[in-house]
Design a protein around this ligand. Structure first.
Ligand SMILES: *[C@@H]1O[C@H](CO)[C@@H](O)[C@H](O)[C@H]1NC(C)=O
Ligand SMILES: *[C@@H]1O[C@H](CO)[C@@H](O)[C@H](O)[C@H]1NC(C)=O
Ligand SMILES: *[C@@H]1O[C@H](CO)[C@@H](O)[C@H](O)[C@H]1NC(C)=O
Ligand SMILES: *[C@@H]1O[C@H](CO)[C@@H](O)[C@H](O)[C@H]1NC(C)=O
Length: 266
């Protein structure tokens, strides 16, 4: 293979960066699970504007023309006033993991914007006792990999411990998008401490991290004592004892006095 001259290489590099730069100008939109997301697109269009899921022709989510806007699929909105101003944004009212991915806005069949929607990864903190099972929700039906970073060990290591693709999980089509598997790790030990990361296999998007600690029950003296005796009990008992002693002394005194009186009579 012949190497290209450096001038030509630079030219090719410039052209390719310029073209890719103009194609994917929009940064991904990242929102928290179940928040609403606005996918931006600022272009003039005097005709019909449609938002679709990229690479799924015909699956129109919302559209606008000069007279009005329509939500074709529930949960996807465009605003007519904004459309007239050249703001073709799509609002997704409830962003969840099934809605991750790329969306395309087109004007009379011509691509205007491609925008990616991402969901902020979920973070969970989990505490387990040795022998218990750790359950990791996979949250998405896309193929995922599970990465394990150990903690505690002197050397931080990072390992892919599982890859899961939906093949083994068969669902009716209407459930396919909603049902996702869970991964169960039985009989955990303290050596399982660490961070477990669920990532999609294709685009390496982090879906969920689990910070896991496996800990033996702390030997705790307080819990072995049984119910504690409250302080007022001691006070009450002391008072009772004092009353009994005083009564006893009084009785003895009264008897003596009685005895003395009898003796005097005799
Ligand atoms: C565009 O319209 C959306 C609502 O559809 C709104 O949230 C956003 O702020 C608008 N952007 C601009 C630049 O006006
Ligand atoms: C989870 O943690 C990551 C990294 O610290 C952060 O970017 C993300 O926003 C967190 N997710 C939520 C839902 O707070
Ligand atoms: C830790 O990793 C370093 C290299 O990253 C290696 O030289 C060292 O032997 C490792 N230590 C242990 C205890 O595994
Ligand atoms: C796991 O370890 C890898 C490499 O050491 C690091 O790049 C990654 O950020 C770590 N992930 C977490 C969740 O700590």
């Amino acid at each position: 293979m012949q190497s290209c001259s450096s001038a030509l290489c630079i030219l090719i590099l410039l052209i390719s960066t310029f073209t890719t730069g103009s194609e994917s100008a929009e940064p991904p939109v990242k929102v928290n699970l179940h928040d609403s997301a606005t996918l931006p697109c600022s272009e003039r269009c005097s005709g019909l504007v449609k938002w679709t899921v990229s690479h799924k022709d015909g699956d129109v989510l919302a559209e606008c023309d000069q007279t009005s806007c329509r939500s074709v699929k529930e949960g996807y909105q465009m605003i007519h006033d904004q459309y007239l101003k050249g703001n073709l944004s799509l609002t997704i009212t409830d962003a969840d993991f099934t809605k991750r991915g790329w969306y395309t806005c087109e004007c009379d069949g011509k691509d205007l914007c491609d925008v990616q929607l991402q969901i902020e990864p979920l973070n969970s903190t989990v505490q387990k006792k040795p022998g218990q099972s750790l359950v990791l929700d996979l949250d998405v039906s896309d193929p995922v990999e599970v990465i394990y970073n150990s903690t505690g060990a002197a050397n931080q290591s990072s390992d892919q411990i599982c890859t899961v693709d939906g093949c083994s999980l068969e669902c009716e089509p209407e459930y396919e998008e909603r049902v996702s598997a869970a991964l169960q790790l039985r009989a955990v030990t303290p050596s399982d401490n660490g961070v477990y990361t669920i990532k999609t296999t294709g685009d390496e998007e982090v879906i969920h991290t689990y910070s896991v600690t496996v800990q033996d029950d702390q030997p705790c003296l307080d819990t072995d004592k049984g119910p504690a005796v409250p302080a007022w009990m001691f006070v009450l008992i002391a008072a009772l004892v004092a009353v009994i002693v005083i009564l006893a002394v009084k009785i003895v005194q009264l008897r003596r006095e009685n005895q003395m009186l009898r003796n005097q009579r005799i």
